[in-house]
Design a protein around this ligand. Structure first.
Ligand code: TA6
Length: 283
């Protein structure tokens, strides 16, 4: 065991914060989008997928890691897809270490550019901490204006898979979901596990149970708080081939398991705050 570290680094030419927990687990967060781009457990295994064709530039989304969707999930509204939080540079407002963790807090406040798209005063804070083989990500939103506002949000986590077809996701049985491929709503999940063998794009409603993503030699526990929806996304062969910033075979090595507040927009009064969290535990 060594001591925990937080340091400023450059990742793909952009400023980033690097966290290292005393056991050697690491995370890297770009200031651009407060985007977690890497999470490695103490044994050195990368657990997040990052597309080798991703762009890393102001105003462009990063393909992989954990994009923050705010103040709009997907195309469910007039804003750019998944909102604007992932397009702007955030600032580091805190970086700390403790006996067993390293953590950083990144902050985005409204600017003329955000108000042009979404006329509200807000503070968004993303807190990321690594401790042992656990990654905690918490998004907090505060209404700094004098009018109520509403939003949808998600942590759009791209998990790295050795081979997605060999993976199974447990914990969604009995849940209803919107199928964004067939556009059918309120489908019932009847399988004990969800496996990926075709294009999959689902918003599961009201998911309260922890999830378990199993691969042949490792697993990941996934737990969300205050983010009732779970999104499961894999573009599969044809859609992946159309995604310019993803290699054609990229779909084989990823699955997005996202935590979101999507179906029922969050309403925030002036001075009100909301938070949502996703925790990943490597096993
Ligand atoms: O969360 C799933 C989803 O909304 C899909 O419908 C898919 O389009 C994906 O996100 C990626 O969106 P992006 O805007 O990053 O290409």
């Amino acid at each position: 065991m060594t001591t925990a570290i937080t340091e400023n680094i450059t990742y793909q030419g952009l400023p980033a914060v690097h966290l290292r927990a005393p056991n050697g687990a690491e995370a890297t967060i770009l200031l651009h989008g407060a985007h977690v781009v890497s999470w490695k457990t103490a044994d050195g295994q990368e657990r997040l997928y990052m597309s080798e064709k991703s762009e890393f530039a102001d105003g462009k989304p990063v393909r992989g890691g954990v994009p923050i969707c705010f103040p709009q999930f997907s195309t469910r509204g007039p804003l750019p897809g998944h909102g604007f939080a992932r397009l702007f540079s955030w600032e580091v407002s805190d970086a700390r270490t403790g006996d067993d963790y390293a953590m950083a807090v990144l902050r985005l406040t409204d600017t003329a550019a955000t108000r042009e798209m979404w006329p509200h005063a807000f503070i968004a804070e993303m807190t990321v901490s690594v401790a042992g083989d656990r990654l905690d990500m918490e998004l907090e939103i505060e209404n700094r204006g004098d009018q109520p506002f509403s939003f949808t949000a998600a942590l759009h986590t791209y998990l790295r898979m050795r081979e997605v077809e060999e993976a199974t996701l447990e914990g969604l049985r009995g849940q209803h979901y919107f199928d964004n491929v067939s556009k059918e709503d309120n489908k019932l999940e009847t399988g004990i596990t969800v496996a990926i063998s075709e294009e999959t794009d689902r918003v599961y409603y009201d998911t309260r149970n922890p999830l378990l993503l199993r691969e042949p030699h490792r697993s990941l526990g996934i737990h969300a708080e205050n983010m009732p929806e779970t999104v499961v996304w894999n573009p599969w062969v044809e859609r992946c081939a159309k995604i310019a910033d993803m290699p054609d075979n990229g779909f084989r090595y990823m699955i997005c398991v996202e935590a979101g507040a999507i179906q029922k927009p969050v309403q925030l009064d002036p001075d009100g705050t909301w938070w949502g969290r996703q925790t990943l535990v490597a096993m």
